[in-house]
Design a protein around this ligand. Structure first.
Ligand SMILES: *[C@@H]1O[C@H](CO)[C@@H](O)[C@H](O)[C@H]1NC(C)=O
Ligand SMILES: *[C@@H]1O[C@H](CO)[C@@H](O)[C@H](O)[C@H]1NC(C)=O
Ligand SMILES: CC(=O)N[C@H]1CO[C@H](CO)[C@@H](O)[C@@H]1O
Length: 353
């Protein structure tokens, strides 16, 4: 009788260890807020190294497998199962349609996906002000590269990095991005989570359509194109303590039907890049809704940058900040704010959003 009762309990005991006997279970049971915050991102990730684990994971022998089990034991219901793609070669995963997720690696090598066939998505025509509901979660330990001219459609899944690479305003680099877009690449229908550091890096011209940042880390988009035009259409960004779009290359960026909430600047032409002076940057903002933040754009008039704002709103009437940029790495001097009819042009602008 006694034995039978024990046996029937066995599966539950295996899944959820006794907090009075197991340090890992004990810690999680006693520190539910800490543990559930960790588990919310951890269990949907494929983690195979101990890199980036919290200090208290020593209670769980720093074992990802044990942490994962404990997380699903104590915090089921707030996590989506991880989606994992086994192969990223053209032969095995030829189209984005057939993919169910991404490969998580343990190295910092960039993950390159073959994305030859795509769904055609119409660019949003209106500003949406709510973060869309995620259709699933994908974590990777390296940035995902979208090859030149190809399209990556995230199917409205939440993409994030694990181990976490966000170090807030500490500027890191392309390796800590979530997506790296080669020249002419398109990224669409993606929600980017809070653990990545550098959002999307465009090495050349790019199209970013209906892409959302749940919590921007260093910045959301870095543009490095040598010339030409990039387009950011639809989507939005939340909690960018500094910039949303960092324009380090040259040429034009069109930002249209975009929502910004709780941010520093929507777009900034690099004020002190080494390459400054080798060209100008043109920022065109149309139908932007910006709340709880600073100017829509920052430009360097000494380099001939321009910012054109049409049909947009910013609650505090913050349109442009004009700077004298430099290429010495120094903090650029701000020389003025607002429309000047030459470098900063504003039309159909309102302060009620
Ligand atoms: C669990 O981890 C915490 C934080 O690192 C530590 O202070 C504590 O002693 C650990 N508890 C056990 C039972 O190992
Ligand atoms: C916004 O600022 C501009 C100057 O840049 C000024 O002309 C305009 O009257 C201001 N609008 C409001 C609503 O404060
Ligand atoms: C080109 C240019 O104006 N460079 C300036 C960069 O900023 C420093 C510090 O404000 C100035 O000394 C440079 O003249």
């Amino acid at each position: 009788m006694h034995k039978l009762a024990l046996l029937s309990l066995l599966p539950a005991v295996l899944a959820c260890l006794d907090p009075s006997k197991n340090a890992c279970a004990s810690f999680m049971n006693a520190n539910k807020a800490t543990a559930s915050a960790f588990c919310a991102t951890f269990t949907r990730s494929l983690v195979t190294t101990t890199q980036g684990l919290p200090v208290w994971a020593t209670n769980c022998s720093n074992k990802p497998s044990l942490l994962s089990k404990k997380c699903s034991c104590y915090f089921t219901g707030n996590t989506a199962p991880p989606t994992i793609v086994k192969a990223t070669t053209a032969a095995e995963a030829p189209t984005i349609k057939t993919m169910t997720g991404l490969k998580a690696t343990t190295t910092n090598k960039a993950t390159t996906l073959q994305t030859s066939t795509v769904r055609v998505t119409a660019a949003p025509l209106e500003v949406t002000t709510a973060l869309p509901k995620s259709s699933g979660a994908v974590s990777t330990s390296a940035a995902i590269t979208v090859k030149a001219g190809q399209t990556f459609d995230g199917g409205m899944k939440n993409y994030d990095r694990w181990p976490r690479v966000c170090q807030e305003q500490k500027e890191t680099g392309e390796a800590d991005a979530m997506f790296v877009l080669e020249d002419g690449a398109t990224l669409q229908n993606v929600i980017i989570g809070p653990n990545q550091a550098e959002g999307v890096h465009c090495k050349g011209r790019c199209n970013i359509i209906n892409v959302w940042w749940q919590d921007v880390c260093e910045d959301a988009i870095t543009l490095k194109q040598s010339s030409g035009t990039s387009n950011i259409i639809g989507g939005g960004a939340f909690k960018a303590s500094d910039k949303i779009v960092q324009f380090n290359g040259f040429g034009t960026v069109n930002i249209r039907n975009f929502y910004a909430k709780d941010y520093g600047k929507v777009a900034r032409s690099c004020g002190n890049c080494k390459t400054n002076g080798k060209g100008s940057r043109h920022i065109v903002l149309e139908n932007i809704k910006a709340v709880d933040g600073g100017v829509l754009c920052g430009i360097n008039t000494n380099y001939g940058d321009t910012c054109t704002i049409k049909s947009s709103c910013q609650k505090k009437n913050k349109t442009c900040d004009r700077f004298t940029g430099n290429n010495s790495g120094k903090e650029p001097n701000k020389i003025g704010s607002g429309a000047d009819g030459q470098y900063c042009k504003v039309s159909s602008f309102v302060t009620s959003c």
